[in-house]
Ligand binder design. Structure first.
Ligand code: PEP
Ligand code: MN
Length: 331
């Protein structure tokens, strides 16, 4: 349930409502909006008796939230959320392009690619220091050394960094270096990691698991926000289907579906969806056309020698082409 406060409700009115909700045995989470503040009630198993709340000073009305997720729901927060990294707005007017290699391989590699993607208009640099690999024998990332290289990339190029935290042992370290902490597809339902992400001071980029429904993705985002971090960006990166022409099947319907029910920004990763660089430009155009708030794209200066995901990494010229082709598109 949502307790909607009047426009002129004071901070004391809001606090009194939260205390009353706590006295009822639930939790009250304030949701400041452009027009008014609302207090979202979470932790109730069944319907809430709102009779006392409706008599309190500053309370305008109560609204029943019909979805199982509350804090990520558009019912709770009708305006779309924008996440700001410096002067970059994710969920704002323009799609934000995040680009870089699958993995940080060396300082020279990361800096070379960062300069390329920056030159063509990427606003955020991606690159994994901790890599979730299917095989334990594959390159696992440079770990903290990779994070230090990413720090250097930010210092040299000014590009904010998005990089993955793989588990509870490295999320705090990743938080120190990253501007956005990525939680990968394989970890979408790692609830202890999600809870930890909820205590982080940085925005979280939460990727959809490859067999996760939209509702499951939103419930995972709810874990993060319910712990206090309301800066969550969702990412569609392809799901498993019977189709084997691509690595995964990019579910473009996820973007309008999520936007209908949630206020969170949604970006698309066409690289892990396609698995092949030839499909990345058309899928990116499709993603922007259906309303994605940005892209997460793998780019490498020398894809045949990339230590991971070379087949899906764009050559620099292809990234330049991608940026040209999406320039005039807006969902
Ligand atoms: C990545 O973006 O580096 C990655 C590993 O992606 P995913 O979690 O979507 O497989
Ligand atoms: Mn990759």
């Amino acid at each position: 349930m949502l307790v909607v406060m009047k426009n002129d409700a004071t901070e004391a009115n809001i606090q009194a409502v939260i205390q009353e909700i706590e006295a009822m045995g639930y939790q009250g989470i304030p949701m400041p909006g452009a027009q008014r503040t609302a207090v979202c009630i979470v932790g109730n198993q069944g319907p809430v008796d709102d009779s006392r709340l409706l008599t309190m000073a500053g309370v305008k009305e109560t609204i029943r939230v019909t979805k199982p997720y509350k804090l990520v729901s558009r019912e709770t927060h009708p305006e779309s959320t924008t996440i700001e990294i410096g002067d970059i707005k994710i969920g704002g007017e323009k799609p934000v392009i995040m680009a870089g290699p699958c993995a940080v391989e060396s300082e020279e590699q990361a800096l070379t690619i960062a300069h390329i993607v920056k030159k063509h208009g990427a606003l955020i640099f991606r690159g994994g220091a901790f890599k979730p690999r299917t095989s334990p024998y594959s390159f696992q990332g440079l770990g903290e050394k990779g994070l230090k290289i990413l720090k250097k990339v930010r210092e040299e190029t000014g590009l904010p960094i998005v990089t993955e935290a793989l588990d509870h042992t490295n999320i705090d370290m990743v938080e120190e270096y990253a501007d956005i902490i990525q939680i990968g597809a394989r970890n979408m339902q790692n609830y202890s990691l999600l809870r930890q992400a909820g205590h982080a001071s940085k925005p979280i980029l939460l990727k959809r698991g490859f067999s996760a429904t939209i509702e499951e993705l939103l419930m995972s985002a709810e874990y993060i926000i319910s712990e206090g971090n309301n800066q969550v960006i969702l990412c569609e990166r392809g799901i498993r289907t019977f189709a084997n022409n691509t690595r995964n099947t990019l579910d473009l319907s996820a973007i309008p579906s999520i936007k209908e029910v949630s206020h969170l920004p949604v970006i698309v990763d066409p690289s892990h969806a396609a698995g092949l660089r030839e499909y990345v430009i058309p899928l990116s155009k499709g993603a922007i056309a259906v309303g994605a708030d940005g892209l997460l794209v793998e780019v490498h200066h020398d894809p045949p020698h990339a230590l991971s995901d070379g087949m899906q990494s764009l050559y620099p010229e292809q990234f330049e082409q991608l940026m040209k082709e999406i320039k005039h598109l807006k969902g």
